[in-house]
Ligand binder design. Structure first.
Ligand code: ADP
Length: 517
């Protein structure tokens, strides 16, 4: 598989927008369908109940008229019971004798209520013969169990309600016939049709609106992700690319992600630059000693083999350069390690007074020609800071060594320490050549030396102060310089003092970690 194929394979995916929009749409559609079904059923049930009641009223009215008949229902006894006018009234035609109808026992409200054009009534006797019917169509009798039965019959989109009821003689208690009421439910059918119609239209509109909203919302989220991914791909292809995510102006997690991502890229870029610079600096620094050794070896090869003087001088010079290289490599290692202190010694606690007295005493022994003074009047002996003791020693050695290296006539170094405002301050002062204002800003840079040739003579690589600065920043301290050319320099270290409680906690953690190992 070629690189291009791999790339294509990697980028083949379902779009987040499509996926989210379909999920949202599906969820909304399902919710809408459920909601519509529930509403439809409730409305349907409610109006069906109403229709049933209307049919029941008719049944009750008829039953009241018919129950007084003692025998089997027949046209001859049913019609008088329902009166001749009833048939007309049931059809919605006025009674034959309007004057009579006002006083007629049957021309009551209940009877009037069955003039509803939706309602058709049929009365059957027990032999299933129609003895009365009011409509153009006679609702058919079908056998049923019990006293009554209600059934809804669907004819396509039209529903009909059929109510069956037995007629019992009030005198004999025997079944003398059956009433069948058909209700065409025009209102109900229209209502349900309209409801379905509107529900479909509203659902459709709602789905379209929601798809639109979902699309806008999801796109708003996915667009920045696409942008971030584009930048990541670009930087992945070309680590030196200066491409960054544009400001998102949205004040949310995505903006936070974009900012962090950009910071990460900047940091990565800085590391790459530093790395390049470092490799360049190192090869440059190593070139000189290697060239010197090579020169001496060449000289030896040509003339020095038999000349003990040249032999001696060349070997000495080469050894000196080898030693310088060893020193340089050690310092470079120190510099690299100084960047990983947080991981190596996270809980180290050190007593400042102890380390100061020890280092000053040791250096005083080595540099007997120097007067190294220690002033700890303002330093409580139990002052503790969060640092690995070896690193505090290294810091002091770098600063005191520099003081000694760059001293001129006055061979004195003053070291003082004190605590104020929960900070411990350590000052290393010399009375040597001093550093110009412009150089003071640069001396902490890697391999920076004010006077290259002279410093080389003194064995300096320009790494001491950058190691010191890396160490100090890793321990949340600070380092600064105050110097006057020709008069001397003062280097100041500052660290936060640990409270007794913090120190105890860190020591316990340190102990625990040591035991674990
Ligand atoms: P080096 O190993 O060369 O001393 P440093 O990083 O310790 O490297 O110092 C960088 C440069 O800063 C030195 O080369 C020197 O020019 C200057 N410097 C450092 N300390 C002092 C000092 N106490 N007095 C004068 N110059 C100093």
């Amino acid at each position: 598989m070629t690189n291009k194929d791999k790339k294509q394979k990697k980028t083949k995916h379902t779009s987040l927008i499509a996926r989210w929009v379909s999920i949202v749409t599906l969820t909304i559609m399902v919710s809408f369908v459920i909601f519509s079904v529930v509403i439809y059923s409730i409305v349907s049930q409610q109006s069906l109940n109403q229709q049933e009641e209307t049919s029941n009223n008719v049944v009750v009215t008829l039953q009241n008229r018919l129950e007084s008949i003692p025998n089997e229902l027949q046209i001859s006894n049913v019609i008088p019971s329902l009166s001749p006018s009833t048939k007309r009234v049931l059809r919605g035609v006025p009674a034959i004798n309007d004057q009579n109808s006002a006083t007629s026992a049957f021309n009551d409200d209940l009877l009037a209520s069955i003039t509803n054009p939706d309602i058709s009534v049929a009365v059957y006797n027990t032999h299933n013969e129609v003895v009365f019917s009011n409509g153009d169509t006679t609702p058919k009798y079908r056998k049923f169990k019990g006293e009554n039965k209600v059934e809804k019959i669907q004819h396509g989109t039209h529903a009909e309600l059929l109510t069956y009821h037995t007629v019992k003689s009030s005198r004999t208690g025997k079944i003398i016939g059956y009433i069948v009421v058909s209700n065409q439910m025009t209102y109900y059918n229209r209502l349900m049709k309209n409801l379905l119609h509107w529900m479909l239209i509203i659902s459709l509109i709602a789905v379209i609106i929601f798809i639109g909203i979902a699309f806008v919302v999801v796109k708003d989220v996915v667009q920045p992700i696409k942008e971030i991914s584009k930048v990541a791909r670009e930087v992945n292809d070309d680590p030196n690319s200066s491409m960054r995510i544009k400001e998102l102006h949205r004040n949310d997690e995505l903006e936070e992600l974009a900012i962090t991502f950009n910071e990460m890229l900047d940091r990565m870029q800085r590391y790459i630059d530093q790395q390049k610079e470092f490799v360049g600096d190192v090869s440059h620094e190593l070139r000189t000693p290697v060239a010197v050794i090579e020169g001496h070896l060449n000289m030896l090869e040509r003339w020095g083999k038999d000349d003990p003087e040249i032999l001696d001088e060349s070997i000495k010079a080469s050894l000196q350069e080898a030693d310088r290289m060893k020193h340089l490599i050690q310092e470079m290692l120190d510099l690299t390690r100084a960047e990983q202190i947080n991981v190596q010694y996270p809980n180290a606690v050190t007593n400042v007074y102890d380390v100061l007295t020890r280092v000053v005493a040791d250096l005083a022994l080595v540099h007997k020609d120097f007067k190294i003074q220690l002033d700890t009047d303002d330093l409580p002996p139990d002052t503790e800071i969060q640092i690995y003791h070896g690193h505090l020693e290294q810091l002091l050695v770098i600063l005191i060594d520099n003081g000694i290296k760059y001293s001129t006539t006055r061979k004195q170094i003053n070291v003082s320490a004190g605590v104020s405002n929960d900070e411990v301050t350590i000052i290393v002062q010399d009375f040597g050549e001093g550093i110009s204002q412009a150089d003071q800003e640069k001396i902490f840079n890697r391999f920076y030396r004010v006077d290259k040739a002279r410093t080389r003579e003194k064995g300096g690589n320009g790494l001491g102060l950058s190691i010191a600065q890396k160490l100090v920043t890793s321990y949340h301290g600070s380092i600064s310089v105050d110097s006057v050319e020709g008069q001397g320099s003062q280097f100041k270290l500052e660290f936060p003092v640990l409270t007794k409680k913090e120190a105890e906690r860190l020591k316990k953690l340190d102990q625990k970690k040591k035991l674990e190992h």
